[in-house]
Design a protein around this ligand. Sequence first.
Ligand SMILES: [Zn+2]
Length: 610
Amino acid sequence: MTQVLKPYLPQERDETVLSWVARLAAFHTGDIVARFLNDFSIPSQRLLAGDNEVLRNLAEITGADFGGLRALQPEQTDQRRYRFRGNDFSSEFMPQKELAYCPRCLREDDERGHSTRVGRWMWLFEPVRVCEHHNVPLIVHQKTKWNDMIRGFNEIAPEKTAIARQADNMPEWSVSPLQGYVVDRMRGETGPAWLDSQSIEQASRATTMIGVLEGWGASANLHTLVDDDWDKAGQLGFEVTSGGVSTIRQFFERIQRNHPSPNANVGPQAVFGPLYKWLQFSRGGKDYGPIKDVLREHILDTMAVKAGSNLLGEIVHETRRHTVKSLAKKSGLDVRTLRRALVSNGLLNGGDKSSLNNSVDAVAGEQLAGALSRAITFREIPEYLNATRGQVETLLQEGFLQPIINPSGGNRRFSSWVDTREIDDLIARVSDRAKSVDKPTSGMLRIPDAAQASKRPTKDIVGLLLKGRLSTVEKISTERGYLSLRVSPVEVEEALPLPQADKRPGRYQAAKLLGLSSRTMKRLLETPGQDFFHPEVRKEGACAKECFSFEEMERFKRKYVTLGELKKRSGWHHADVQKELRMHGIHPVCDPKWVCAYLFEREQVDPVIL
Ligand SMILES: [Zn+2]
């Protein structure tokens, strides 16, 4: 077919092919579209479907560029499926029964002449509700006649004066960020990564449904929402979805935190309302994109969902969280006892009654519940372990046995509950190398007796057993538990050598060795800014004691000399010694009344008193 339509009527910017064809019909034949299509053998259904062959024919008839036409008309790819500029979507995204228009745009078209109204491609899409040029809501015309879709706005929309009146009476709306995103993406621009990773329809729908939850809460009724509401929902949702998965999960947490859970039985439907129902009860196997997995993972991570149940279209294989009730049922424990234990152990926040806190980690929870159901109290341990109360106390104090819940972390009630599995494990470990005998070999003693005989602490003997450091250990076959073991005190002594005795003198002894009185020693140590002694600290059991190294005492003796020593050395009367020293201008190093002694610097005295 050769080009037959002249002059060439160009497409307006953003004008759909359907709108252009309607204008072509009016321009060239002054006729209605249906007859125009008939004249050129263009089936209207295929034109509506944006069929490639039809567009090619139109390009030939008019001299237009096929690629240009293709970029301005969505193409039907399947039943109720369309594609536009590389984006695939369903007919819900491009409502077939509605034709939306901006009366101000049409008024401007009218001002240019007759039959000049242009249908813009953005108006085809459901998330587009506001004219981006005039910031007014689009007016939606419901398709009433079979051929409404192919008729242009010159025929469908009100006539010139009515459209001008409509245009004058529009409220001001702003373009929602979701609409902006959808149109920009159609124009080939990139947007937030998470939204760009899915189809445009999935991105738009997920954003809107999150917005509904944010704006109208879990009990939102979608049927009561009007255009304005959906626009607002797109706006609210975009703040969340544009931030990607982490922002979406933070949003879910906030929703849970604000949702009270008085009976701890609140499930995901009650908390996530419209979003959950949309994804859970979808029909026809629709693919809603990544939002489904984000919500599903979040629910599994934070709420109790039974294994085997259907969550958002998939069977749950493993329970990640339990409610206190379901865990109590599974473990056969009392709900209140279990709750207290979970709170004490930090698995549950005792003060938080929100639905973010109505479940516990399944693995940690089951572990604690298991330990609790096997646990015995402090009173029962001696019998179970076959040890005295004192020995059990030592084992607990030294950490060989751990209470189920650290007493510093919470409820004292559980501070003496010990898992019998742990007690069994301790017995097994200390008996690991024991040889079973009917009677103990001579000299082999029970652990407490061996501790007494070797003068070594029980805890150190248990430590040796746990480390496998004792070569001979016996277990009496007719006895059980802790007291059935026998060890050799001689081997214990060898394995635990006593530290070398510390012979450094204390203050009293040091004074004696230096020929000073105790009081003098005390005063010297108390002299402000003193440099006589630098005492050291020796640990003796639990308390620290002052002591003096031999080097330190030598240093003192080399530096200072007492009047007593000078008297002895010279054989003079002490008054003569003092007189002699004064004559040489030598004075005591500190006030003799304060220190109760005359102390001189040896360096000064030695040349004078021989
Ligand atoms: Zn407009």
